[in-house]
Design a binder for this molecule. Structure first.
Ligand SMILES: Cc1cc2nc3c(=O)[nH]c(=O)nc-3n(C[C@H](O)[C@H](O)[C@H](O)COP(=O)(O)O)c2cc1C
Length: 330
């Protein structure tokens, strides 16, 4: 069994990665239904939360049905991060996760996200103070290092553990790599093999098939894996991995009916959550992913992403069922 603080998880848990504009409550709920053991919110700016910026605050919403859920925050200023903890706790998450891995310029230029990999002492201090501020488990998501020449992830992970970090998820790329090249899981295995490590070490980066997840477990010996891109438009990925672990066989492809049903439920949950207008608007970005691969889909996609009323989007789903009933997903 794997534990994050007092949260008990099955062996080799599968975690939904935090993903901006993707990991919203409806999507997290769908992933949870399909077997995700822990889900994370997208990153939330500590400065935005303190200013009470509506967009940041809305990202704190969580459904009971998605637990255990971690709220991920980012920032580089200690006082702001501590205030953020107090705000985040009111949403009653199960975990607070610190983003020490975001590579984008506007974040790292402020010393936040992966920017902090240049100042491991600050990273350690922020983590230590945040752990002291809350009774919730604090986890960290980070990268291997700033660049290839400065990879010190074994030492970094140990230092974070020593100040009370409850689990660490490591994306097997450096900041300099952004999303290029292949994720390297060997340094993550070195973290896991450090005899001083006792907190869970989760691997992340390029798990795009059940076989790769199995490799992370059996070849690299990690405690679980965090999965991002492979779940976009495919919340069934968790079920597919678990089925493969159990039987060694791949599940049948997800059918058109299941995809339409997921899109429908996603939209309905979004409307229930934030109302018709925002729900319709913000669910648009997910449709392409659910229906990826269907040829000559443009007409239907346009209807889904330009309609302002949910009724029209739901109609488009029905039309897709009629038009593509013969299409076989691979
Ligand atoms: C669209 C998108 C948004 C992301 N947003 C976040 C984020 O908010 N916080 C974070 O820690 N990582 C974020 N990431 C990085 C992922 O969590 C993950 O580390 C990365 O995609 C590698 O895992 P994968 O190969 O399984 O996708 C994002 C990635 C993508 C593709």
């Amino acid at each position: 069994m794997v534990k994050i603080g007092n949260i008990e998880l099955p062996d080799f848990p599968l975690l939904l990665a935090p993903m901006e504009d993707v990991s919203d409550p409806p999507f997290r709920a769908l992933c949870k239904e399909q077997g995700a053991d822990v889900v994370y919110t997208e990153f939330i700016s500590s400065e935005g939360l303190i200013r009470d910026a509506a967009k940041s605050v809305m990202k704190l919403d969580i459904y009971e049905k998605e637990r255990p859920v971690g709220i991920q925050i980012f920032g580089a200023n200690l006082e702001s991060m501590l205030q953020t903890i107090d705000i985040v706790e009111k949403s009653n998450p199960d975990i607070i996760d610190i983003n020490f891995g975001c590579p984008v310029k506007k974040v790292v230029s402020k010393g936040a996200g992966a920017g902090i990999l240049k100042d491991v002492c600050l990273m350690e201090q922020l983590t230590a103070e945040m752990v002291k501020r809350t009774n919730l488990p604090v986890t960290v998501k980070t990268r291997l290092g700033w660049d290839h020449d400065s990879i010190r992830i074994v030492e970094v992970a140990e230092r974070l553990q020593d100040v009370g970090c409850a689990a660490i998820s490591i994306h097997g790329r450096t900041r300099a790599q952004m999303y290029k090249g292949e994720a390297d899981w060997k340094p993550i295995a070195e973290v896991k093999n450090n005899p001083r490590m006792h907190i869970p070490v989760f691997g992340n980066g390029d798990v795009d098939s059940p076989k790769r997840a199995m490799e992370m477990r059996d070849v690299y010996g990690l405690d679980g894996c965090m999965i991002g891109r492979a779940t976009i438009g495919n919340p069934w990925f968790f079920k597919q991995v678990k089925h493969f672990f159990k039987t060694g066989e791949h599940l049948e492809s997800v059918t058109l009916e299941e995809r339409v049903e997921a899109a429908r439920r996603h939209l309905q949950m979004a409307i229930d959550w934030k109302g018709e207008t925002l729900g319709v608007f913000e669910t648009r970005r997910h449709y392409t992913n659910y229906f990826k691969g269907i040829p000559n889909f443009k007409e239907y996609r346009m209807k889904m992403v330009t309609s302002d009323e949910s009724k029209d989007v739901f109609d488009a789903f029905d039309e897709v069922l009629d038009a593509f009933s013969d299409y076989q997903f691979v």
